[in-house]
Design a protein around this ligand. Sequence first.
Ligand code: ADP
Ligand code: MG
Length: 223
Amino acid sequence: MMTLKNVNKIYDPRTDIAVHALKNINLNIEDGELTAIMGVSGSGKSTLLHILGCIDTATDGEYILNGYDVQKYSSNTLAEIRNEEIGFVLQNFGLMNDKTVYENISYPLIFNPAVKYKMMKKLINEAAASVGISELIKKNVSEISGGQKQRVAIARAIVNRPNIILADEPTAALDKKTAFEIMEVFRELNAKGKTVVIVTHDRSIAEKCRRIIELDDGNIVSD
Ligand SMILES: Nc1ncnc2c1ncn2[C@@H]1O[C@H](COP(=O)(O)OP(=O)(O)O)[C@@H](O)[C@H]1O
Ligand SMILES: [Mg+2]
């Protein structure tokens, strides 16, 4: 489903501040996989995740997502593909703290004119239930714990029912016990059929995944 062929990413190419962040990456991630991308800070993990998520593009090489050659699409079309296919979860949750849990989860649906009010309510309740936060739905985000916030962020990422969930250091802001609980949420979503890719620098977190891809200085050094 996600295939990278000879992908390079060079930031600021042809300048004296050029950074070769990904070096000739070849990678295939199948439907339904639960994969960790591991490596130290600066090894290229976020860059790789951003390319997989169509947030950024490769400098050269090919990225095929669900049979579509990503290089060939305009940024508008890519944004549509991203909205339909991919849910993103970030380290620091990226939530609106002065809004309710419900409002935060609803956010991606506001941009989807095809989703009517009644459908919206159903999707939001469904997403909240699948990460175990149904009882928090009316609370303000400022009133809930870090682990609960990350559940809200995951509910927001899945509310459009994407097939792929990409998470960049989703447990880095959490204590160990809460981090493992969040990994359990990802594992459950994967068991229900979602393809999940998690970036982490923490081996104990990566070991909760079936596959571990290790990056070092822009190279895949183990898989
Ligand atoms: N927007 C950017 N502009 C220039 N260099 C960048 C940018 N983003 C990342 N880099 C560089 O690319 C390399 C890989 O970064 P990154 O993918 O963020 O690694 P990781 O997520 O593993 O910490 C690092 O050397 C980083 O400084
Ligand atoms: Mg990073």
